[in-house]
Ligand binder design. Sequence first.
Ligand SMILES: Cc1cc2nc3c(=O)[nH]c(=O)nc-3n(C[C@H](O)[C@H](O)[C@H](O)COP(=O)(O)OP(=O)(O)OC[C@H]3O[C@@H](n4cnc5c(N)ncnc54)[C@H](O)[C@@H]3O)c2cc1C
Length: 382
Amino acid sequence: MKKKTDVVIIGGGVVGTSIAYNLAKNGVTDVVVVERDTLSCGSTGRCAGGVRQQWSEPSNVRLARASIDIFKRFREEMGRDIGLVEGGYLLCAHTDEEAERFKETVAMQREVGADVRIVTPEEMRDITPYLNADGMILGAYCPDDCHGDPFQTTQGYAENAKRLGVDIELHTEVTAIKKKGRRATAVVTNRGEIECNWVVNAAGGYSAEVGAMAGVDIPTKSYRHQIAVTEPIRRIQEPLIVDFCVNIYFCQTAHGSFLAGYGDDTEKPGHNVRSTWQFLQEISRRLTALVPALRDISVVRQWAGLYNMSPDAQPILGKVSDEVENFICAVGFSGHGFMLAPITGVLMAELITYGETRTLPIDGLSIKRFEGGVRSAEANVV
Ligand SMILES: Cc1cc2nc3c(=O)[nH]c(=O)nc-3n(C[C@H](O)[C@H](O)[C@H](O)COP(=O)(O)OP(=O)(O)OC[C@H]3O[C@@H](n4cnc5c(N)ncnc54)[C@H](O)[C@@H]3O)c2cc1C
């Protein structure tokens, strides 16, 4: 392992590897990614792989749109198939209040450029004939949205970063960050120290703990969310479906399995990633009520992972403290970090390479936005 480098990235998930690849692409190749376990072992390898533009906050719509462009040319740029299912996203509304909210957010999303529209229950059945749309008032449908494989995506970023000169150190845990004056000078790991000019916190569910190592208070908390996966069946559903009232999202993956999940709103924050029988029973009930054709299909796997929530359910990007001016954060993705990872990598690499972002402004996503409380929070988290 190198003893000295330009940039240390803490975290070998999709965000850390995307930043590493984009740095190397900009010519910043003296980079070490340190991952305490294996690539994708954190939230990335436990996520649903959904990629959507249907958010209530314009900044999330913009980031997601920029990411979707990158996902759609991923295979060409990276030489790796990420199992992208370009079947859109369908959001279901059950109440008048929810329907009104959908209409407002769809208008905003269209202004930002998303190809999204309101659909009737009949149109919802045309889009996805096996959905039980009884009791639904309308839907919001974006055919451009998609879902893909988070392992393949991370692997694609990692292998291309390595090809360009980045080092990836697995089974290497950061235990402390050394500082001198207003700068971080080295990360301390279980395999020795690495002196560096920049430290990037891409530690997912452990972002606050890594922030504390640099003496920075990062206002993120992690919450357990669970997923169940069925045996594969013939293709019967294209879009990823979200139902906020029922509290469920589900999709059919490229190889035919149904993947469905939710988070329990009553759970306390923490790092528990054990899956439960209660979840298995409840997800089966919710899923088969919405897609009765799945009643006799077996669940073959279940797991849990962490949503790293920020106070407004939007990521915290960039420098986080004047006290540690070379400590960059890409954290608090609040359940949408897979889909935002491609553009996050571009933006964080620009920040380090050029001292500013060029593709999109990120001032609104600075940690400073929380001074004086939360102004506007993302409402479309499931
Ligand atoms: C059930 C579930 C479903 C989800 N569905 C979606 C979805 O459909 N779409 C979407 O966009 N997002 C989804 N998400 C969110 C998404 O998974 C995350 O936002 C995203 O994976 C964050 O990536 P990351 O690289 O920041 O974090 P991670 O993948 O968690 O990577 C962080 C890495 O840092 C490492 N690490 C932590 N501390 C240290 C240390 N001290 N030293 C060294 N390494 C360290 C960890 O081991 C980990 O591998 C879902 C999440 C869950 C749990």
